[in-house]
Design a protein around this ligand. Structure first.
Ligand code: 0GY
Length: 297
């Protein structure tokens, strides 16, 4: 990093030159979980942030999209930008029909601001329960936001750790509209895909047809590591097989807070055929499901 860019100590920047994946993505594939960081000179990071990343702006994201063979991105507000959604909105406006965004909102957000966001391409809001990333938000605030976005037909993304699911499940069950759980609810891979912990997550999806999940982030969950991340395959594959119409996939570029290693995004794309093993399952995961959820209008 140059002297002008001060990141957290040990911050790993995104892979500078990922390899071309062997897996050919289906026509119209969507990277349904990725972020932009800044660039900070234009879009400063939030004072309340828990980490300070490198710049990773929209131009780099769109370059990666084209290189890997994706058609579209769903850009999720990263916690380093707090509730200031300008970087995501700017990226969505620049991409036009090729991107949609997920915002972070305070409950006092105005109707006019929601309308501006919707016009820019925002189609959802993210509720974050991960304590290392955000201060705890009262659930009443989340419920208020959930109500206010219903007029726009937006969905909700939730991010939590597996250990918190028991406590959160009744709350998630009563959220209105579609709710998408990030990274399979972050299972502890050491416990296995048949563990009581993962069964709880499966049960959540079985009991709640409005809950979807992203079968993402093998690099974050894996104990085995790159390039195959094979210990994460049984978790993601089980979800894709059980809930083929309620799963999404994304790169998670630029991979905030990866401490063990920085994944090669080509390796991540080559993870897809291991978890969605037929052309039909791949098309649902990468095209039909994200298009239905984020590009209905
Ligand atoms: C992810 C995961 C992480 C970070 C964020 O918004 C964020 O800062 O989502 C994480 O550190 O686990 O989905 O990008």
């Amino acid at each position: 990093m140059s002297g002008a860019q001060i990141t957290d100590e040990g911050w790993l920047a995104f892979h500078p030159s990922p390899r071309k994946p062997a897996f050919r993505l289906p026509e119209g594939a969507v990277d349904a979980h990725c972020h932009v960081f800044g660039p900070r000179a234009e879009f400063p990071f939030a004072p309340e942030r828990k980490y300070t990343p490198c710049d990773a702006g929209k131009d780099k994201l769109f370059e990666l999209r084209d290189f890997l063979g994706f058609s579209r991105n769903v850009i999720v507000q990263a916690t380093c930008h707090g509730a200031d959604n300008r970087a995501v909105m700017d990226a969505c406006r620049a991409a036009g029909e090729r991107a949609r965004g997920i915002a972070s909102l305070r409950p006092d957000v105005s109707r006019a601001e929601l309308e501006r966001m919707d016009a820019a391409g925002i189609r959802g809001v993210r509720f974050n329960f991960v304590r290392r990333l955000v201060e705890a938000t009262p659930r009443a605030h989340f419920l208020e936001v959930a109500e206010r976005i219903q007029d726009f037909g937006w969905s909700i993304v939730v991010y939590f750790e597996a250990a918190d699911l028991e406590d959160l499940a009744p709350f998630l069950a009563r959220l209105p509209g579609i709710v998408v759980v990030d990274h399979m609810g972050r299972p502890d891979v050491a416990k296995g895909a048949e563990s009581a912990e993962f069964e709880r997550f499966i049960r959540l999806m079985e009991d709640n047809p409005h809950i979807w999940t992203k079968v993402t982030c093998p690099e974050r969950l894996s104990l085995q590591g790159p390039p195959g991340y094979d210990d994460v395959v049984p978790f993601a594959r089980r979800l894709v097989e059980l809930f083929p119409d309620r799963v999404l996939w994304g790169t998670d570029w630029p991979h905030p807070n990866m401490k063990s290693h920085m994944p090669d995004d080509g390796d991540l794309v080559d993870f897809i055929p291991k978890i969605a093993t037929s052309a039909e399952a791949q098309r649902r995961l990468l095209v039909d499901n994200p298009m239905r959820l984020y590009w209905a209008r």
